[in-house]
Design a binder for this molecule. Structure first.
Ligand SMILES: NC(=O)c1ccc[n+]([C@@H]2O[C@H](COP(=O)([O-])OP(=O)(O)OC[C@H]3O[C@@H](n4cnc5c(N)ncnc54)[C@H](O)[C@@H]3O)[C@@H](O)[C@H]2O)c1
Length: 364
């Protein structure tokens, strides 16, 4: 490309700042426009960042009036689909924040729009760029564990209910599930190439968000703060999902992949010092049970340009490089549909208080 990549930002709230921080580091990228439905918010955002870009109070005005290569969709969850589809239909590439959407149908519509336009649709799961996560993904996807037949998510927060639009169902759709649950699902299932989910039996609760003792906005809190699910997947793979924004415990346990030839365990999955969790690899060598640790090793820099450890910058850079070098979407919508299908299934099952089947509409 003999000019700078032209990017727009749709939704100029909290996470848009992280996108801006990343884009500003790239000499070959310029932010040319942005939009937010709160009047004046996009203009104030660019003023705060000292960026000369055209600001609009509607994403449609931005898309129609500014020449761009792609956008970052940084709106709250329930408007990801409408903004991403409008951009794709206008011939723009899209990096969409996580979760992909609110409903499964929205996710399918997004992928259809991306395929029809022949444009990138990538979803913002930056933990994929974490070096320890890459090591775990690499071991599991190498086949070293044999057939992986059981997966469970771990971690969870003791007191970690966020504020703002995260706790309002009209804006967020999901609560804890859409905020951090979708990360757990991606961590657990990307390494095993996302088997197709078949059924889900789930429970979601709001005991902490609805209690003023634990959350000051209890009166208006109307999303989940905890959910668990039993997911049957194709190939006889069982996935046990748990996630919490708040609980009276330090962790919901370990993240675990059990295979016929070995297992990986990420102990607790959360560390206050933000260090890599303890990761164990269990196997059997010559009839002996062998336990080993997966250790951080330095130097290890799979991406070159972004600073080690800045997974967000790595995510945004990968999106830019995919556009510039005509590569496929780094975290393709087609894959994350499986994640969204599970979120959608958990939401429906919890509401209905019974197991539900997951049917994924064709997106070809
Ligand atoms: N990847 C991460 O680490 C990370 C971290 C935080 C949030 N997120 C995700 O980013 C998204 C936004 O979160 P946030 O904390 O910035 O929320 P936010 O509420 O601070 O910002 C969202 C903004 O989008 C605007 N908006 C909503 N609908 C719009 C539309 N149709 N057109 C234009 N603007 C619109 C809102 O007015 C608001 O300013 C969420 O989906 C969230 O899950 C990701």
């Amino acid at each position: 490309m003999d000019r700078k990549l032209r990017i727009g930002i749709i939704g100029t709230g909290g996470i848009a700042g992280a996108h801006m921080t990343a884009y500003k580091q790239f000499a070959d990228v310029e932010i040319v426009g942005g939009a937010d439905i709160v009047p004046g918010k996009a203009k104030a955002f660019f003023e705060k960042w000292g960026v000369k870009a055209e600001a609009f109070d509607s994403p449609y005005d931005l898309i129609q009036n500014v020449a761009m290569d792609g956008v970052s969709v940084c709106t709250y969850n329930t408007t990801h689909a409408e903004c991403a589809i409008a951009a794709l239909e206008a011939g723009l590439h899209v990096q969409c924040e996580k979760p992909m959407s609110f409903t499964l149908q929205e996710a399918v519509d997004m992928v259809r729009a991306s395929r029809k336009a022949g444009k990138i649709l990538t979803i913002g799961f930056q933990p994929r760029y974490d070096t320890m996560r890459r090591k775990v993904d690499g071991i599991i996807s190498s086949g070293a564990l044999g057939k992986v037949y059981y997966i469970q998510s771990g971690g969870g927060r003791r007191r970690g209910i966020p504020g703002g639009t995260f706790v309002n169902s009209k804006q967020a759709g999901y609560g804890c599930l859409g905020d951090i649950g979708c990360y757990s699902i991606d961590q657990c299932l990307h390494a095993v190439a996302y088997p197709r989910p078949l059924t889900v039996s789930a429970v979601a609760t709001d005991y902490f968000g609805k209690n003023p003792k634990y959350w000051p906005g209890a009166e208006t809190f109307d999303v989940d703060d905890f959910s668990v699910a039993f997911v049957r997947m194709e190939g006889d793979v069982t996935f046990v999902f748990k996630q919490s924004w708040a609980m009276h415990a330090d962790s919901l346990g370990d993240t675990l992949w059990l295979g016929t030839e070995g297992a990986i365990k990420i102990c607790n999955g959360f560390d206050y010092a933000n260090k890599p969790s303890k990761i164990m690899h269990f196997t059997d060598v010559n009839g002996q049970q062998v336990d080993s640790f997966v250790l951080p090793s330095r130097p290890f820099d799979p991406y070159g340009t972004p600073p080690q450890g800045d997974v967000f910058t790595a995510k945004v850079r990968d999106y830019c490089d995919a556009i510039i070098h005509s590569r496929p979407a780094p975290i393709p919508g087609e894959e994350i549909i499986m994640n969204q299908a599970i979120c959608d299934g958990i939401y429906r099952s919890a509401k209905l208080k019974k197991e539900v089947e997951i049917e994924i509409p064709s997106f070809d």
